[in-house]
Ligand binder design. Structure first.
Ligand code: MLT
Length: 314
């Protein structure tokens, strides 16, 4: 029998470059993670892997772009916890989670760090907490748009401090970091991926990490967790995953998942990410069905937090 076109296409997949869409501006943590992954996917896929930054609206513009892309395996999405929070934040979202996507596996977990502009007088979290309590609404809290990880962490921080600050949204945390270093904004809850190099370079002040354990990095060995610094059990971990549009052929999904498994075993990638405080997932979190279940559970969990906070984008 003649091979159906579809199965022929799958057998050849990939026979042209694969695109990883990053729903935030270049230079941010999502972009860094995606470029690391693109590099590590090149060999197992035997193809060029390029990154396309489609920023805006807290990651929902890039996610919508992939939801609408041809389901042929050549347009993928690298996204984080924002995949789980967008449905509650954007009530008129143009795509459904997880229905409009195929889950290809998780990538890593990233703790965030509470950082401040260099001219901040506060020398530790207790002093920063005091300053925020007496300046509340005047404090500029940078984020990468409603639905971003920095927005979510900021939401949790304001809830824990029982203070609301003034959110200053950017298309990604790279431009936000530039303004923080320049003193145009006051504080940001940024993923370690972007924060660690700036802390090592002493470009920003650091007040605490959002994981329950301190980071095993020289530059952050004296940085407390926010939980030990007074926000008991404060814990925000930003997980990242890989997605394809719904309807991508199973044979193509299987090839992509196999390539992801190989890429995440790349010792250089693991070393680079661990040096930034990230934890690359192990094999059992690379199961597409498990990723889908985790996404659904996170969507349910964060939808409640967001509804309780009454925080909506539209
Ligand atoms: C976020 O806050 O969601 C990300 O850090 C944004 C980014 O990767 O630029």
């Amino acid at each position: 029998a003649v091979l159906g076109f579809a199965s022929l296409a799958c057998a050849e997949f990939p026979d042209k470059p694969v695109t990883l869409v990053v729903p935030f501006a270049a230079g941010g943590p999502s972009d860094k993670i995606a470029r690391d992954l693109a590099e590590a996917l090149r060999k197992p896929l035997g193809q060029t892997v390029v990154v396309d930054n489609a920023a805006g609206a807290g990651g929902t513009i890039g996610s919508a772009k992939v939801a609408r892309a041809a389901p042929d395996g050549y347009t993928l999405l690298v996204h984080h916890i924002g995949m789980a929070t967008a449905p509650a934040l954007y009530r008129k979202l143009s795509y459904k989670v997880p229905e409009d996507f195929e889950t290809l596996g998780l990538i890593n977990e990233a703790p965030s760090v509470l950082i401040g502009k260099p001219s901040l007088a506060a020398g530790n979290f207790a002093e920063l907490r005091q300053w925020i309590a007496s300046n509340g609404g005047k404090v500029n809290l940078a984020n990468a748009g409603i639905g971003s990880a920095s927005h979510l962490c900021g939401l949790m921080l304001q809830g824990a401090l029982k203070t609301s600050m003034t959110p200053v949204p950017y298309k990604g945390t790279a431009p936000a970091m530039t303004d923080l270093i320049g003193g145009q904004v006051d504080v940001m809850c940024e993923q370690a991926t972007n924060a660690v190099p700036q802390i090592e370079g002493k470009k920003v002040k650091v007040y605490g990490v959002t994981s329950l354990q301190r980071l095993p990095l020289a530059a952050l060995k004296d940085t407390p967790t926010l939980s030990e610094a007074g926000l008991k059990d404060f814990n925000v971990q930003v997980w990242h995953g890989l997605y394809a549009p719904r309807g991508t052929p199973p044979a193509v999904l299987a090839k992509l998942n196999a390539a992801l498994r190989t890429a995440l075993k790349d010792p250089d990638l693991i070393k680079r990410e661990e040096a930034l405080g990230l934890t690359v997932v192990n094999d059992d979190r690379l199961d597409p069905a498990g990723h889908r279940k985790y996404l659904e559970a996170e969507k349910a969990r964060w939808s409640k937090v967001i509804r309780d906070a009454g925080e909506y984008a539209d």
